[in-house]
Design a protein around this ligand. Structure first.
Ligand SMILES: Nc1ncnc2c1ncn2[C@@H]1O[C@H](COP(=O)(O)OP(=O)(O)OP(=O)(O)O)[C@@H](O)[C@H]1O
Ligand SMILES: [Mg+2]
Length: 432
């Protein structure tokens, strides 16, 4: 990122760390490579610019947050190792990552291949999930803060989230009318975080994860506009080019998942990192002994619902067939899905979960609910699930709970037809 400050002269040592050389200047300080005298370990040290940290209360906060972050031990999070102070400036000692920031990778190779992009962002999300479980919000997830290293054994790229535990909300309370404060960029930030960074939540980090994936797949920085006010206005109106418009190779699922994570309304975003990964992959992140291994479009699913008499009905169908049935509105009113009436399971015995809560169907289910609401009317069910009946207390094949309006129409039609046939018969016998 652009730097507007730097140390005139760096020291040779910081405490028991011998400085080996400068790596780069960032928004809050200078990053150097160093060696720990005590154990020979190579580390990275961020020496904060002292104009950012000129009061003792801030120093205390830096230390507290940094110590909290140092409890996180995860392969996808850069380890926070030590904290110290030099000439009035705090310095933060971290694991040294032999690699490059994701931003450089995007610059050189972007747009990235979708499978690889999902693999890397899912790693970041796993690291972030661990932080969230420790009640730590990152507040500044962006390509500059994700370092990409090569796994020594496999040669595969591995993503590591850095700058966790940096006290950034002072910097992030952006004055929307000013630009170039040099402290964090508003491009990847959730709109609600602009004005109230102190209350940043998990949902802010989810937004930033989505915006980062957007940049990986399109090579375009979202909301790269002249000033923060303009960026904010566009964010609250969800004004950004769809991923597939910029990268036609991107899949529909990923486009949907990014748009959902970047919803202006935090309530519409995934609940957390796990749900974000599930949205991207269409697979549960929980390993359950009960669930059979996924086999793709042809895998078997069981749907279950209760009718008005509280009788339980079930049908069996393939993943592809159930998805098509939702997409084509064959499962009745959108309310059946939005109210979690129709439930599904990968085994006959359950546990059954609402379609919209299952990653395999969430994209289609939420899109269907939204489309139906936007069109102003719930489309009515037009047929049965494309599957085989496997269980029904009434032992009769039943369609899913279609709306009463449909039923009244059908019954009315049959009665009318009957009357016409009888009347025709009478007329025939009288005149024939
Ligand atoms: N743990 C690390 N190991 C190796 N290099 C690092 C490490 N942390 C940071 N760097 C390098 O130092 C550069 C500057 O990082 P820094 O976090 O100061 O700036 P930034 O991420 O661009 O901006 P911001 O201050 O907004 O986070 C990074 O781009 C990266 O190349
Ligand atoms: Mg950084």
């Amino acid at each position: 990122m652009a730097v507007n400050r730097a140390f005139f002269a760096l020291p040779d040592r910081l405490g028991h760390y011998a400085i080996l050389g400068k790596i780069a200047d960032g928004g809050m300080g200078t990053v150097v490579k160093a060696r720990n005298d005590k154990n020979g370990e190579i580390v990275a040290i961020k020496l904060m610019f002292n104009d950012l940290t000129d009061n003792p209360v801030m120093h205390k906060r830096f230390e507290q947050e940094f110590r909290a972050a140092s409890t996180i031990d995860h392969p996808n999070v850069v380890r926070a190792l030590d904290y110290g102070e030099w000439d009035g400036s705090p310095y933060l000692v971290m694991e040294y990552v032999d690699g490059e920031p994701l931003s450089s990778m995007i610059e050189r190779e972007g747009p990235l291949n979708e499978t690889e992009a999902i693999r890397l962002i899912a790693q970041v999300a796993q690291g972030l999930h661990r932080a969230h479980r420790h009640n730590l919000i990152h507040r500044d997830v962006k390509p500059d803060n994700i370092l990409i290293a090569k796994d020594k054994k496999t040669g595969e790229c591995i993503a590591k989230l850095t700058d966790l535990g940096l006290v950034k909300e002072q910097a992030a309370d952006l004055d929307l009318t000013r630009t170039g404060r040099g402290l964090g960029t508003p491009h990847f930030m959730a709109p609600e975080q602009f004005k109230n960074a102190k209350n940043a939540t998990i949902k802010c980090d989810i937004y930033s994860l989505g915006a980062t994936l957007y940049a990986m797949l399109t090579k375009v920085t979202p909301f790269k506009v002249a000033n923060p006010l303009d960026a904010w206005m566009r964010k609250i109106h969800n004004e950004f080019a769809p991923v597939r418009e910029l990268n036609p190779l991107a899949s529909e699922r990923v486009e949907w998942a990014i748009r959902r994570s970047m919803s202006a309304d935090p309530m519409l975003r995934p609940k957390g990192c796990r749900e974000f990964i599930e949205d991207l992959t269409g697979r549960s992140t929980r390993k359950s002994q009960l669930q059979p291994a996924p086999v793709g479009e042809k895998e078997t699913w069981y749907l279950s619902w209760k009718d008005e008499k509280e009788e339980v009905h079930s049908v069996m169908g393939t993943l592809g067939a159930v998805r098509r049935s939702i997409k084509e509105g064959l499962l009745g009113d959108a309310a059946n899905i939005s109210d979690r009436k129709i439930r599904a399971s990968r085994t006959k015995e359950g546990p059954f979960q609402a379609l919209r809560d299952l990653p395999e169907f969430r994209d289609i289910a939420l899109t269907w609910i939204r489309a139906t609401r936007e069109s102003g009317a719930d489309r009515e069910g037009q047929g049965a699930v494309n599957g085989t009946i496997i269980k029904s207390k009434s032992k009769k094949r039943k369609a899913p709970p279609f709306s009463s309006a449909t039923r009244i129409l059908v019954i009315g039609g049959v009665v009318l037809l009957g009357i016409l046939v009888v009347a025709g018969g009478i007329w025939w016998s009288a005149n024939g």
